[in-house]
Design a protein around this ligand. Structure first.
Ligand code: FAD
Length: 301
């Protein structure tokens, strides 16, 4: 988002340190009462001299604790009269903070880690703004009212990212399943020699290949700079659904052992669901795909 939408000063200030790994970023749209319906955001920024004062509560920040820079989307009524469409009255603020928990900057609290089912390699947190003062030069891109579009652009990259993670988790689940199926014997032969299991393996491998092809296609389209909401939405949708199915099949192939924490498939079983939700649920992807299809195939009768 900084590379695409930041001012030159913002890029010079943040990007080299982000590339060096000195700054970890977080991205904050969701609130306790909303995730899919971004237009319902209630966190607010009010201008006060050369600063903005931010108030509100955010939810589900990936890297919320470990980050020192958070892109926060809030409503901002300055310059946008009452009645302006919600997506035209939102602004992204670049909020710098100390990593850690508690009051990490005056007016900004990161309460603690959310205890999750999976996705434990990164922390996920809430963020509370109570009179948080941010200088005007930390409005992403230097102008208010563009936040919604900037975030949607970021989410498009995120969708390809989630699709790629879906491919990775599914690929690993397949590897575990195909290995176990050749080791475990029932009724006098390896279970891989039972056709029902072989068919499962065939379906799993086909899903892995198909999801990978769609993900690479969406990534290439994004890299080319062309509009890719359709491709990113399709890839995210398919890769996360297939991931869940392939993981479930690999789990079943493991029989009772899949339920034991000794086996890696148990962890993958807890990782797959997050991919169905993060960066927009299946229903949201289908809404995006459906709208685009009706644009492209508009009936000209
Ligand atoms: C581990 C994790 C990390 C996350 N990281 C981040 C992050 O870094 N930054 C961030 O901003 N957010 C983050 N999120 C939030 C995530 O983007 C939201 O959870 C997600 O967008 C869904 O929003 P919601 O949870 O409010 O569900 P809701 O929007 O309340 O949806 C609930 C259900 O209703 C369905 N639904 C909603 N609207 C419609 C509709 N119009 N038609 C049909 N069905 C509908 C949904 O598909 C879903 O099944 C994270 C979430 C998780 C679990």
């Amino acid at each position: 988002m900084l590379k695409q939408h930041g001012t030159q000063e913002q890029k010079d200030h943040f990007l080299p340190r982000m590339a060096a790994g000195d700054i970890r970023g977080a991205f904050s749209m969701s609130e306790p009462a909303l995730g899919s319906d971004v237009s319902a955001i209630t966190s607010k920024a009010v201008k006060d001299g050369e600063e903005y004062v931010l108030n509100g509560q955010k939810m589900w920040l990936t890297n919320g604790g470990t980050s020192s820079l958070v892109a926060v989307l809030v409503k901002s009524d300055e310059g946008h009269p009452e009645g302006t469409a919600p997506h035209k009255s939102m602004t992204t603020f670049l909020v710098e903070k100390e990593p850690g928990f508690g009051e990490v900057r005056p007016g900004l609290t990161i309460p603690g880690k959310i205890d999750k089912m999976g996705y434990k390699g990164v922390d996920t947190t809430e963020l509370i703004m109570d009179g948080l003062r941010i200088p005007a030069d930390r409005v992403l891109g230097g102008a208010t009212g563009r936040g919604f579009y900037q975030m949607m652009d970021g989410v498009e990259v995120g969708r390809v990212n989630v699709a790629a993670r879906g491919c990775g988790v599914a690929q690993r689940a397949f590897e575990l399943g195909v290995r176990y199926a050749q080791q475990r014997h029932t009724f006098g032969k390896p279970i891989a020699q039972h056709q029902a299991i072989q068919f499962k393996l065939a379906e799993m491998a086909t899903k892995v290949e198909a999801a990978h092809a769609m993900m690479v296609n969406a990534a290439r389209k994004k890299d080319s700079g062309e509009r890719n909401d359709l491709e990113a939405g399709m890839a995210k949708y398919l890769a996360s659904e297939y991931c869940k199915e392939v993981v479930e099949d690999a789990f079943r192939i493991h029989g009772g052992y899949g339920f034991s924490k000794e086996y890696e498939i148990e962890r993958l079983y807890r990782e797959a669901p997050m991919l169905l939700i993060g960066e927009g649920t299946a229903e949201i992807q289908k809404m995006i795909i459906g709208r685009r299809l009706l644009e492209e195939y508009r009936f000209q009768g």
